[in-house]
Write a protein that binds this ligand. Structure first.
Ligand code: FAD
Length: 541
């Protein structure tokens, strides 16, 4: 095998490796690893590879667990090896250019959620992580390519006079600008700028590389790779526009104390799973909003009358921010909207006996759909679900009244089922499945420090996630559900998510002795934190 063939095969192997690792990661998270039926093997893999949180320093770089670190080291090792085995400057120039193109294809595949990547069962968090690091590696390779190409040029001569030279420089500058506009600061404060420059600069990079490669030599791998990248990009953009136009909808906005409820009537019913989200585009909000689509969890849905597997009406809860969401207003008439999705991994929560859901602020929207799906299944007959416990922290009660009402509708659904199953209410308490505890940080005088209203508990003060998780797991043990699996799902601010990850790692130490299996799932959306105590003590769970 010659060196160029090897250079082509190795990145292909890397892609395959990443897909396999990501696949294993997804199934470990969902506790559904096919073919591995040994409980200890699964336990070992979760404890040491997929679920053990790394040091804070790694976490701040997005490297959440050893599995993420393995993927990162694999990406680095393969790319460095391909460049390091290049003998001579000409080979290095050629190979660094080709690896940039291979990485460009990978970047397109694992970028924003799309119809193709949704079929690879990998969490979006994992795809975002891979996208980020492949982007960094591709930028570094671009620097290597440029440096290697410029180094033989003698001082006094002008390097960028030919059209391919200028095109190459344009591509390199565009990649650098793209990197700057992708910094977290820009994404946080000017998301639309980040997104639009990302798309525009990708077009410029692809066109500039085409011009850089003139005259085309179709025997070279670079031109084939570029055609693949260009076609893939065009296909993804066309698919996104096509899907949005195909999935037209009518949206009616209701507002309650600042929280928006978007009731979306889909023209074409869609299959919806708990924990999924849609991208919502409402062109009438402003002149530029045709270009904006924003992700929102599906908090609730009604099945289509003609087709019980598909949803016709979906509801999203929307918290006002500074851009698109600030412009959404309650209006008497429905507005035309375009929907992309639903996207996102399905939680498979019905495989678990105990489901513990942590949320902060608008993170509750991710869980409402999950609770609804579990209660709907329970309405149809016996299921594995024995306990659904929602633990939700809010800053104040008033702004969340619309969401609290939705939670109460779910409590009522659970109570109705109990009534149907036990008309005389004997042992009715044992039959309830769903309960919630709300932690109000800035509570008024009307809430005592711990007030109980049936299956709702109202507490004043912040949610101490580690302690509460310990208590919930202990309750699960005491209430006799020890031999069923437990799912902990978190859609909360970063601080709370980190505390739960650490506390969960401690449960892995004792899991084998105490419980059947406890699985952690975290969403990639972290609602902004309220002012949390800076020091968080993590007691043993
Ligand atoms: C998977 C997912 C599910 C979400 N579900 C909900 C939900 O159910 N309810 C809810 O209120 N919010 C949800 N959000 C957050 C919501 O998408 C943003 O609050 C919204 O896009 C802000 O729009 P804006 O123009 O008003 O924001 P801005 O005020 O411009 O920005 C506020 C924040 O939102 C982020 N943001 C802005 N636009 C986008 C975008 N297109 N995609 C991702 N992040 C963006 C910015 O980085 C910034 O941190 C979800 C986010 C994600 C990633």
């Amino acid at each position: 095998m010659d060196i160029v063939t090897a250079a082509m095969i190795i990145p292909g192997g890397a892609l395959l490796g990443i897909i396999i690792l990501a696949f294993v990661h997804y199934h470990l998270q969902n506790n559904s690893v096919p073919y591995i039926n040994f409980r200890h093997a699964k336990f070992f893999a979760r404890k040491y590879v997929s679920d053990r949180p790394l040091h804070r320093y790694f976490q701040s770089m997005g490297i959440a667990t050893p599995l993420y670190l393995i993927v990162l080291l694999t990406i680095l090792a393969i790319n460095v090896t391909v460049l390091a085995i290049s003998k001579g400057q000409a080979v290095l120039i050629k190979r660094s250019g080709e690896t940039v193109l291979i990485n460009l294809i990978l970047l397109l595949v694992c970028g924003r959620p799309n119809v193709f990547s949704e079929h690879v069962q990998v969490s979006q968090q994992f795809k975002n992580f891979t996208h980020k690091w492949i982007g960094i590696v591709a930028t570094a390779e671009c620097v290597v390519h440029l440096t290697a190409a410029l180094s033989p040029i003698r001082p006094g001569t002008r390097p960028f006079t030919s059209a391919p030279g200028i095109a190459g420089l344009t591509a390199a500058i565009s990649i650098a600008v793209l990197g700057v506009f992708s910094l977290p600061f820009v994404r946080r404060h000017a998301y639309e700028l980040f997104l639009n420059t990302h798309i525009a600069l990708t077009v410029i990079v692809i066109v500039a590389i085409f011009l850089h490669l003139i005259p085309f030599d179709f025997s070279q791998p670079s031109i084939t790779l570029l055609i693949i990248a260009g076609s893939l990009f065009a296909l993804l953009i066309a698919a996104r526009i096509g899907i949005s136009l195909w999935n037209r909808a009518e949206v009616r906005i209701l507002e309650e104390n600042g929280l928006l409820k978007a009731n979306i009537k889909l023209e074409r019913p869609r299959q919806v799973c708990a924990g999924q989200y849609i991208f919502l585009r409402v062109p009438s909000t402003s002149t530029l909003s045709i270009n904006e689509s924003h992700p929102f969890f599906i908090a609730s849905w009604d099945h289509d009358k003609g087709n019980e597997t598909k949803a016709k009406n979906v509801t999203a809860l929307i918290q006002r921010r500074e851009g698109f969401t600030r412009l959404l207003r309650e209006q008497p008439q429905a507005m035309t909207a375009f929907i992309e999705g639903p996207y996102g991994e399905s939680l498979l929560a019905d495989d678990y006996g105990n489901v513990i859901l942590f949320a902060s602020g608008i993170g509750v929207a991710a869980h409402l759909g999950c609770i609804k799906q579990l209660l709907n299944a329970r309405d149809q007959g016996p299921t594995r679900t024995q306990v659904i416990s929602l633990l939700w922290e809010v800053d104040k009660e008033e702004p969340w009244e619309a969401a609290i009402k939705m939670v109460h509708e779910l409590l009522a659904q659970d109570a109705d089922r109990c009534k149907r199953e036990t008309p005389d209410w004997t042992n009715a308490n044992d039959r309830f499945v769903f309960k919630y505890t709300i932690f109000v940080r800035d509570h008024g005088p009307e809430i005592s420090s711990d007030s109980k209203r049936g299956r709702q508990h109202w507490k004043s003060g912040a949610l101490n996630a580690a302690t509460v998780l310990g208590q919930e797991l202990a309750k699960v043990g005491l209430e006799g559900q020890r031999r069923t699996r437990t799912l902990i799902s978190v859609c909360a601010n970063r601080e709370m998510t980190d505390v739960i990850r650490l506390a969960y790692a401690e449960t892995l130490e004792v899991e084998r002795a105490r419980r059947e299996e406890v699985v952690l799932h975290t969403y990639d959306f972290h609602p902004d934190a309220a002012d949390l105590p800076t020091e968080v003590h993590v007691p043993t769970v």
